[in-house]
Design a protein around this ligand. Sequence first.
Ligand SMILES: NC(=O)c1ccc[n+]([C@@H]2O[C@H](COP(=O)([O-])OP(=O)(O)OC[C@H]3O[C@@H](n4cnc5c(N)ncnc54)[C@H](O)[C@@H]3O)[C@@H](O)[C@H]2O)c1
Length: 252
Amino acid sequence: MKLENKVVLLTGASSGIGYAIGKAFAKEGAVVYAMARRMEKLEGLKEDSKDLPGEIIPVAGDVVKEEDIDNAVEKALEEQGKIDVLVNNAGVLDEYKSAETITDEIWNKVMDINAGGIMRMSRKVLPSMLEKKAGVILNTASVGGLHGMRGGLAYVASKHAVVGMTKNIGYSYADEGIRCIAVAPGSVSTEIGSSVKDPDERMLNKLMAGVQIFPKVGTPDQLAEVYVFLASDEASFINGTTIVVDGGWTAY
Ligand SMILES: NC(=O)c1ccc[n+]([C@@H]2O[C@H](COP(=O)([O-])OP(=O)(O)OC[C@H]3O[C@@H](n4cnc5c(N)ncnc54)[C@H](O)[C@@H]3O)[C@@H](O)[C@H]2O)c1
């Protein structure tokens, strides 16, 4: 097992890519503190993983609330004495608004969850990793963190921030045994798109042009296997970079 005895804190675990990461990590023997706002979905993940060698421990929490983050991190540290791997996966789409229709409300929400969540989670977990001189932080970015036309203005800006934070954290702590890596998924079949209710026409037209050149849509399980590898000791020389997992979409 690639993650035996590893203690993991995973955000956005209630659906999609995060749910698949939880299961894949439990299959490899990890104890996973699965954090999300919907406790009933986390209980489903726990039930779904009960025959696997690892364990899922649900923790209710929102990545924009400091007290929820404190609670999740302190619970894992009190019960296990360490957090080996932090997976910052929680994220939301914007309403596909362009630069002339973006509102402060959408901008603030998307930046606060997608970028602020990673900053707050990492800030809270890093001291315990520094004490052990070991740790891995995996951030879910997007091909929208590397290219301009894979979301609206706020989503693309927030995911570029994820790629930037990954480089900053990866480089800052490299000589203290800590690695930080981002994963940039292409199009993956999850429920994330259902949140877009009122897209901006300009943005939608531009995005649709990109959709026409999709080689294929991926599954959450295809992503989860990559996170397993990056979290494992087999990836010990990968740090401060972004791994694109998009079936070839951005090769076009
Ligand atoms: N599906 C794709 O095509 C795709 C492509 C590129 C990147 N991503 C990224 O993958 C990650 C997972 O998305 P997904 O596609 O699995 O969609 P999803 O909607 O199924 O999962 C997102 C998860 O984040 C959680 N979340 C949202 N806001 C939160 C908050 N404030 N606090 C805690 N949890 C919160 C949701 O509850 C959910 O569990 C996101 O960061 C997303 O931006 C997805």
